[in-house]
Write a new protein. Structure first.
Lengths: 441, 271
């Protein structure tokens, strides 16, 4: 029975977060859950990917219909209810294509996001640890990782930030370089401002929080890993800071032109990156014209994220072509598995015949030294290769077309391979040298 | 013959490297990165071969006149760029530095021959004068390249055109630092060059004729760079102002070099 690929799962495309939550498996439980799923479904191999945006089981099975049905049942049992159209089932080339697309971040909520590849690798490692990663899935994901790498290096799919916070970080880096030791001043307590400040803090910057309410400043500083200052320290902190994020609920400008002229003078030309995330704006737009001050408001940042998203989507077309080519290469390899045992058996049988004849004849030849023997061995190999070349090519071409079965059967019959193959494993569709962890090399 | 051939090949390679740099910054074709590095490397190697061959042909180091000084300065400018690449995150600054290198190199082919000064000027002074001026030119070329890149990058940031070239150019802080460090190296060297040049002029037979236009422009160049450095240190000049000041100084310096290249060793007509 031939072995088939499948994937059963749900993602942000088909299910809401509440449904995904019900099926999500924590990092600590993935290995055990993978083993349990393989057991419950009766498949040969299994990999479980569980992220905030998808829960999917990839597998290899003899009886595709039965196993995918069992996988669906297992997932619905975990959710405690029928999942209907939220669950999708893909098989064979569609399943392989899906795996490659997921690893390449083409199926992600934000196309080009970098986390998914690491998450898929962790899932494969967990499957390896659970003993559910076999040669087929192993090879599939290895090739998927290669495709993902090609997509990232050959296309611009991962270029450009796609959130306000990350755009702010990107711009700050373009002004200051590395942000370690740089000073970020957060004025106000808005959510987006807090997110941007946290991102900058995460890149090594120091954070100072200024708020009209000392309690709020303290709480926010503690939450974001910074220090709090009273509102009276604002002017002084503006002189010290490298990046200022304003996110207050004030109805008028907090950073006026008069205030910032004095700040710019005191800064003596040191660059200042001002991010005004508030609506209505906290910073007088004329401040952006002062020397050394770069002002970006929320519209500017969102325009940048929209541009970056648009560009990523444009790059996705090139990425899809790369994935398509890699999937075809993998499928070609998979199809060739069906004919590999026959090719190996043909070579062995023909080689054995040629060598037997040479062995019978050489004792009658006088003064045959080692060099001559080596020449005869080479000749034997050449005869085998040339005799079988057309047949091997025909077999491989037929496997590409999916029409190899009849040819394999005829060749095995004509060459008596099944008589010789007494020790071949029954129903073996693969003839792979298993490497460590079940991946093929 | 070989010298001329090497000159042409080297100039073409620098031209190609400069064009590829600019194309990469403008259009961001990743396939250009390796050819850029390869072409620049081959150009520098060819330049080294040119200098060595010139040395052998002339029978002395190719640094006794303005033309050979320019050729040497061009070589050192590209080497200084490579050193800056190792020290600062300024990949693709070559888009600004390599065209300057090419300009200096082409300038080395322009103008008259050496005026025989052996009877009038202490030979050691001439060597020192040219040597430190070559270092000064090199450092100012790097500072100017970084300054030009700063002006472009800052403009893109202010106009909020942060796609394309903005992504590929170095960050503003790195550009400002490279410019500042290069000025720090170049100014003392140039000052010494000015002093030794003054000695050479005063000690020569044409001392009574006063200073030439190029020489006066050289003094003006020194004043511009002195102002930039002074304002950087004293008034906290950074970024755009410092970059523009550096570019003005470098343009003055190019005028000096052009004056010498066209007018000969004395820099043309005196005042």
């Amino acid at each position: 029975m031939s072995q088939s690929f499948f994937v059963v799962g749900l993602s942000h495309h088909t299910a809401d977060v509440a449904t995904r939550e019900q099926l999500a498996v924590g990092e600590a439980g993935v290995q055990a859950e993978t083993a349990a799923l393989r057991e419950a479904t009766g498949g040969r191999e299994a990999v479980l990917i569980s992220t905030c945006n998808r829960v999917e089981v990839y597998g290899v099975a003899d009886d595709l219909h039965a196993v995918t049905r069992a996988a669906r049942a297992a997932m619905e049992a975990r959710a405690g209810r029928p999942l209907g159209d939220a669950l999708y089932v893909k098989t064979e080339e569609d399943a392989v294509n899906h795996a490659f697309r997921v690893a390449s971040s083409l199926d992600s909520l934000v196309v080009g996001e970098p986390q998914i590849l690491g998450q898929v690798k962790e899932a494969v490692d967990a499957a390896r640890g659970a003993g559910t990663l076999g040669p087929l899935l192993g090879r599939c994901f290895t090739r998927a990782f290669g495709a993902a790498k090609r997509v990232r290096t050959e296309t611009g799919i991962a270029e450009g930030s796609v959130s306000v916070s990350s755009v702010a970080c990107e711009l700050a880096e373009k002004i200051f370089g590395a942000l370690e030791g740089r000073r970020v001043l957060l004025v106000g307590a808005g959510e987006m401002g807090e997110a941007a400040a946290k991102s900058l803090r995460g890149m090594g910057a120091e954070l100072v929080v200024v708020n009209r309410s000392p309690d709020k400043a303290e709480a926010l500083a503690a939450h974001c890993g910074g220090v709090a200052r009273g509102h009276e320290a604002l002017a002084n902190e503006l002189v010290q800071a490298d990046v200022v994020i304003t996110s207050t609920s004030a109805n008028r400008f907090v950073l006026t032109t008069e205030l910032m002229k004095g700040v710019a003078k005191a800064r003596r030309g040191r660059p200042l990156f001002l991010i005004d995330i508030a609506v209505p704006r906290d910073v007088d737009p004329r401040v952006g014209g002062l020397p050394g001050i770069f002002l970006y408001d929320v519209d500017d940042l969102e325009k940048v994220t929209a541009q970056n998203l648009h560009r990523r989507k444009a790059e996705a077309e090139a990425a899809e072509q790369i994935v398509r080519a890699e999937v075809l290469a993998f499928e070609s390899w998979r199809k060739s598995l069906g004919v590999t045992p026959t090719i190996v058996a043909l070579r062995e049988r023909t080689g054995r015949i040629v060598r037997d004849e040479i062995a019978r004849t050489t004792p009658r030849l006088r003064s045959l030294d080692d060099r001559d023997q080596k020449s005869l061995d080479k000749m034997a190999d050449a005869i085998v290769n040339k005799l079988l070349h057309q047949q091997v090519m025909a077999l491989k071409a037929a496997s590409e077309r999916g029409e190899a079965d009849a040819l394999v059967s005829s060749l095995r019959q004509l060459h008596g391979l099944d008589e010789d193959d007494d020790e071949a494993p029954a129903g073996a569709a693969m003839h792979l040298t298993p490497a460590k962890g079940g991946e093929t090399r | 013959m070989l010298v001329e051939a090497l000159f042409i090949v080297c100039a073409c390679l620098y031209g190609a490297a400069a064009a590829m740099h600019l194309l990469y910054v403008a259009q961001g074709r990743d396939g250009l990165v390796r050819p850029i590095h390869a072409t620049t490397g081959i150009a520098v190697a060819t330049h080294a071969a040119f200098l060595v061959t010139s040395w052998q042909t002339l029978g002395h180091a190719p640094a006794v006149d303005i033309q050979s000084a320019l050729a040497l300065a061009a070589f050192l400018t590209e080497i200084a760029y490579v050193i800056a690449l190792l020290r600062f995150p300024v990949a693709m600054l070559g888009a600004f530095i390599t065209p300057i290198t090419l300009l200096l190199f082409l300038g080395s082919a322009f103008g008259r021959g050496v005026t025989d000064v052996s009877g009038e000027v202490v030979q050691g002074m001439l060597w020192l004068h040219i040597g430190v001026n070559v270092l000064g030119i090199t450092a100012f070329a790097v500072a100017a390249g970084a300054g030009a890149a700063y002006v472009v990058q800052e403009r893109l940031l202010r106009q909020k055109r942060i796609d394309g070239a903005f992504r590929r150019l170095p960050n503003l802080n790195a550009l400002d630092r490279v410019s500042g460090v290069a000025l720090g190296f170049g100014f003392p060297a140039y000052t010494l060059g000015l002093v030794t040049g003054a000695f050479a002029v005063l000690g020569s037979a044409s001392a009574g004729a006063g200073f030439s236009n190029a020489q006066l422009l050289g003094v003006l160049t020194w004043l511009v760079f002195a102002a930039v450095i002074g304002l950087r240190m004293g008034a906290g000049w950074q970024g755009r102002r410092a970059a523009l000041g550096t570019l003005v100084g470098f343009i003055c310096m190019l005028s000096v070099l052009a004056g010498y290249a066209i007018g000969g060793a004395n820099g043309g007509a005196g005042v």
